[in-house]
Design a protein around this ligand. Structure first.
Ligand code: BEZ
Length: 236
């Protein structure tokens, strides 16, 4: 196959997370095997020592405990080297005060990927945006190592971390209660019940055993209390 560019297919929702071993600011990792049993958010950023990325890292580091309580670990990546990562994270801790955040220590691993091997495997290099930097990609990987959601942002757009957390809790709630979540869902809002495919579900509905509101035959919701979700998903 001389002269043909080898194109790695981009991972998709439902795929097994592509495997890799990497050097990080917290030592070596074997992904996703080391994260078995946990959710993990694998995210890329374009470059160390840049302003949008700095605001994002400070925000993510400040939220690390909140994500950990939802059984979710964080792993960052850029195509910079380890010494650049270390110097940048030290600068953030020692010098940057931003939106009330200061003395921020990034304790989650940041992958060095100077060869772009991992970034290419995950479709983080998008040449239309940049062929030398990773875009802002976010991969949600579940405890079985399956990719459950993917979000990409361009270089100029900092991520919304409330949305990343909301998406995580919504997917965990969908798994735990076999429901779906409507637009802008937040814990405590009504959830969408699946169409009555089985006789048992249909019978319960006909007998009014499920506390449901139907907008039409294909669109029904039911309440799940916020406390129930917090107890189940956050074990609170
Ligand atoms: C930033 O993080 O500020 C940034 C990085 C690469 C390109 C543009 C902005």
């Amino acid at each position: 196959m001389e002269n043909e560019t080898q194109i790695t297919p981009m991972p998709r929702i439902g795929d097994k997370a592509p495997e890799f071993k990497a050097v990080t600011t917290q030592g070596g990792i074997n992904f996703p095997a080391d994260y078995s049993g946990s959710w993990v958010i694998l995210f890329s950023h374009p470059a160390d020592f840049t302003p949008v990325c700095t605001s994002e890292f400070m925000t993510f580091a400040s939220l690390e405990d909140k994500f950990a309580k939802a059984n979710c670990k964080l792993v960052g990546l850029s195509v910079d080297g380890l010494y650049s990562h270390i110097a940048w994270l030290r600068t953030i801790k020692d010098k940057i005060e931003y939106k009330g955040m200061k003395d921020v220590e990034v304790k989650f691993p940041l992958i060095e990927d100077i060869t772009m091997e991992v970034a290419k495997k995950y479709g983080m290099i998008q040449p239309g945006e940049s062929s030398t930097k990773a875009v802002r990609a976010v991969f949600f990987v579940d405890p079985k190592g399956i990719i459950r959601a993917i979000i990409y942002y361009p270089l100029s757009l900092g991520r919304n971390f409330d949305e990343l957390y909301r998406a995580l809790i919504a997917m965990q709630t969908a798994d735990a209660f076999s429901i779906a979540t409507p637009a802008d869902w937040q814990p405590g809002d009504d959830v969408i019940v699946p169409p009555a495919g089985s006789c048992g579900v249909a019978k319960d509905r006909m007998e009014g055993k499920e506390e449901m509101k139907c907008y039409d035959w294909f669109f029904c919701t039911k309440p799940i209390a916020k406390e129930t979700i917090l107890k189940t998903v956050l074990k609170k």
